[in-house]
Write a protein that binds this ligand. Sequence first.
Ligand code: FES
Ligand code: FES
Length: 139
Amino acid sequence: SGNADIYHEMIVDYSRNPINYGEIENHDVTFHDSNPLCGDSIDIDMKIDDNKVTDIKFHGKGCAICMACSSVLTEITKGKTLDEARAIEKNDVLSELGLEHLQAVRIKCALLSLKVLKSALYTYIGKNLEDTPDVDKLK
Ligand code: FES
Ligand code: FES
């Protein structure tokens, strides 16, 4: 259908020209993780000022879905407070690209960067703030 074509085109575009791709040299936190199913991996670097994510970049290697979702996720996250960023949910990313009904195998591709983001946030919060949330409570 028309929508599916548009979403597919967006995914291909993002994978060729990812947004927020790169490194932040003087980051306040960085995290790396991989998709166990394929071995692809993503790093996320963030600059955090006054409890806000003022800059975020990702780099690494992944399939088109992974690159597209990393682009969308970093766009969504930029400018958010730490609390708002912690509250980002799977569907906030998936719905931007029409991926709400992906099969389980591809969901790992789509959500790799969200997993890395949450781990990076918890790493930062654990080091810098008093309350350390439970990493397993990812929504
Ligand atoms: Fe659609 Fe690769 S075939 S993203
Ligand atoms: Fe590796 Fe999708 S196949 S992230």
